[in-house]
Every structure is written in structure tokens, then in C-alpha cells.
Ligand binder design. Structure first.
Ligand code: SF4
Length: 148
């Protein structure tokens, strides 16, 4: 069972109320069992919502609101789902403060990246789930051991 960021399969759950459908992901999951999730919605955040980034050990919206609790709740709820559905792999949206794995925005809202992972990607990896982004799908590289 593969967990997929809902925005990658066309669900309009992003902060801006849009989707980010990715044809490679849609093709990849066609012949597999999969389940979509939007951790930020599962954390209780509305759509649309303010853009947010990880700043130090908190998650702040562009307007300065601390949304850490909602992001952490979304990560915990996603982990519950992962355990219930016996998910072993996840294809998550690159660079998101929830779903990004390996590289995320640096907290300055200026498009600069830094090493790190989003709250949900991190908790999944800590629990043994193989996580890749849509940008790694061509390699189907679930064997690659990603660091946190
Ligand atoms: Fe997509 Fe993940 Fe952001 Fe939801 S939290 S919109 S699934 S990147």
C-alpha cells in the first residue's frame, strides 16, 4: 500500500486552494494499491490557508501565525492512517513543510531550500516508511535510505 500526497493526484488541497497533479505519480500508482492524504487538512487547517514554512522548531504562516500544532496533529493522524492501512511506502510532495523529504524551504519565504523534511515525511521515516518525492518517481527509488 502506497500513501500519496493528495495534491499530487489532483485534489485541490494546497494552501492556495489548487492541486499539483503530477502525471508521473498518477501513472506510477495506476496498477498499485494507494491511499491519498493531505496532512495539513487532517491537522484541521482550512483550504485555502496561508502559506507556511518551518522556522527553527516551529511552523509559521506567512503572516506569522504559529501553526505548529496543526502540522503536528496532521502528521500524527497520517501516521495512524499509515498503520491502519499497512502502508509501506509514500510518494509525497517535494519541499512542503508537511510532505517534503530531504529538502524543504528555509523558513524565509523566499524560495530558498535547505536540507530537512516536513513534519509528516519525518514522522513516517522515523516509523520505517520509505518516502520519496514526485521528483524521484522516475527512478522508483524506494530502496534509497533517506536520512531525516
Ligand atoms: Fe499536498 Fe501535503 Fe501540502 Fe496537503 S500537506 S497540500 S498533500 S503537500
Amino acid at each position: 500500500m502506497i500513501l500519496v500526497s493528495a495534491c499530487l493526484i489532483g485534489m485541490m488541497c494546497r494552501y492556495d486552494g489548487l492541486a499539483k497533479a503530477d502525471e508521473k505519480v498518477i501513472q506510477y500508482i495506476r496498477d498499485k494499491w494507494w491511499i491519498p492524504v493531505c496532512p495539513e487538512q487532517m491537522g484541521g487547517l482550512a483550504t485555502p490557508r496561508e502559506q507556511a514554512e518551518i522556522v527553527g522548531n516551529r511552523i509559521l504562516s506567512l503572516g506569522g501565525k504559529d501553526v505548529t500544532e496543526a502540522f503536528e496533529k496532521g502528521a500524527r493522524e497520517t501516521l495512524k492512517l499509515v498503520k491502519m492501512a499497512r502502508v509501506t511506502k509514500a510518494v509525497l510532495k517535494a519541499r512542503s513543510p508537511s510532505c517534503g523529504c530531504g529538502m524543504i524551504y528555509d523558513g524565509t519565504f523566499s524560495g530558498i531550500l535547505r536540507p530537512g523534511s516536513g513534519k509528516t515525511a519525518q514522522i513516517l521515516m522515523e516509523n520505517g516508511i520509505r518516502v520519496i518525492s514526485e521528483e524521484m518517481i522516475e527512478k522508483d527509488d524506494f530502496s534509497f535510505p533517506h536520512t531525516l
